[in-house]
Design a protein around this ligand. Sequence first.
Ligand code: PGA
Length: 250
Amino acid sequence: MRRKIVAGNWKMNTMPAEGVELAKAVAAKRHEAGSNVELIVCPPFTHLSEVVKVTRGTGVAVGAQNCAAEEKGAYTGEVSAAMLASLGVEYVILGHSERREYYGETSETLNRKMAMAYANKLVPIYCVGEKLAEREAGKHFDVVGAQLREVVFNLTTEQFAHLIVAYEPVWAIGTGKTATSEQAEEIHAFIRKILAEKFGEAAENTPILYGGSCKPSNAPELFAKSDVDGGLIGGAALDADSFLGIAKAF
Ligand code: PGA
């Protein structure tokens, strides 16, 4: 049985006090979702310390949305993986399409970030996904395949055993336009096939999350697909009821 995971990517939303309240509400309602589904919240850096404290022992884990590609030193504005780990953060989202698009993150940067995450025992939630024009041109398999080969293929078997992948079609993120469950399953199965090319049977255990306008109403259909192991949730993760409503889809 593969792990079932619903992770909330809060992006640059909520003030620190609001974020703590949101985390507390998620923890308080956590029992509404089955114990078979793991919950992760990923608030902005400024909230992490407090959110770790209020979720400790509640069955809600905490992730960051990014980490530095370097270990430490003169990198103004960056936050290292070691700093995150020292707070009790367990996960880190890497390669989100917004980071690729607005902050120029490439496979080269992401290889270094992945190395930093693993060196500090953070579990990466590695995001892949194509843009609208790429899907329309029928290039989505090539794009996603390259995002996996250029980064995930550089992991050791041991590292790969701790990886979470998120497929997020850029055209579905924050647009209200969701991939159909058939589209999601098609590409999730493709992702698992690519991973298996390099890591064999171990790819059967990799959680592959869907992201892109996932909400309580469409989660049941998406999560019913055999290669969809949960979701990476943006907008709908900013409300405890809708976040739990998605987790309840399992
Ligand atoms: P969305 O974002 O759920 O608001 O579409 C998903 C994401 O970017 O992680």
